[in-house]
Design a protein around this ligand. Structure first.
Ligand code: SF4
Ligand code: SF4
Length: 190
């Protein structure tokens, strides 16, 4: 596997990184998931990506601001949310009580290249600069999908429904932990 293996501190930590935000994919991760090559035509990538996003629960398009523009990339999806990732933070949909559901070699690059540290100051080696370089050729495809769905999800209440579902899930998890404190202790040791 390229990247870093989870250290012993990850078992004690219980996946703080995955509870705060889904990790970022590289374009290679996306193309592997779509069974496509890098030189595939843009329309074919868009069609396959749209199918992957709408039929599975794994990834979301997200964005950050850079040099006065919105810059789009893919990351692991958050529980209860859609493939248009407007929420700032959330627990990754792939995180289970036993850790990440994906095999190590299939985890997104942002997960594989997060180096754990015993003091909790874990280091991300898949940097913003690399993401800007890697995802630049895919901006038109990602922006087209974003622009097609963002206004629809905003207008039809999808984003609000996702927020409500996530808060309900957090409340349910909180009360489950209160009922079964031994489960949360076991989670933090997995
Ligand atoms: S990489 Fe860091 S934050 Fe993530 S599980 Fe390991 S110790 Fe926790
Ligand atoms: S895909 Fe796996 S490693 Fe990445 S945030 Fe989700 S649970 Fe964590």
């Amino acid at each position: 596997m390229d990247g870093y293996r989870a250290g012993e501190e990850c078992a004690r930590c219980g996946g703080r990184c995955c509870r705060e935000r889904g990790c970022s994919l590289s374009p290679e991760d996306m193309l592997r998931a779509l069974s496509l090559e890098a030189d595939e035509k843009k329309d074919r990538i868009k069609e396959a990506l749209l199918r992957e996003l709408s039929e599975k629960n794994l990834y979301a398009i997200d964005s950050f601001h850079d040099s006065g523009r919105d810059f789009y990339y893919l990351r692991a999806r958050h529980k209860c949310y859609t493939f248009i990732g407007v929420e700032a933070m959330g627990e990754c949909a792939a995180l289970t009580e036993r850790g990440c559901a994906l095999p190590e070699e299939e985890r997104p690059k942002g997960g594989r290249f997060l180096e754990s540290k015993p003091d909790g100051g874990c280091v991300q080696h898949y940097t913003k600069e690399e993401m800007l370089r890697d995802w630049d050729p895919y901006q038109p495809v990602l922006k087209e999908i974003w622009d097609a769905f963002y206004p629809v999800f905003l207008a039809d209440g999808t984003f609000d429904a996702c927020d409500e579902a996530y808060f309900a899930w957090m409340r349910e998890r909180g009360s489950a932990r209160a009922r079964h404190p031994e489960r949360s202790a076991a989670e933090n040791q997995s």
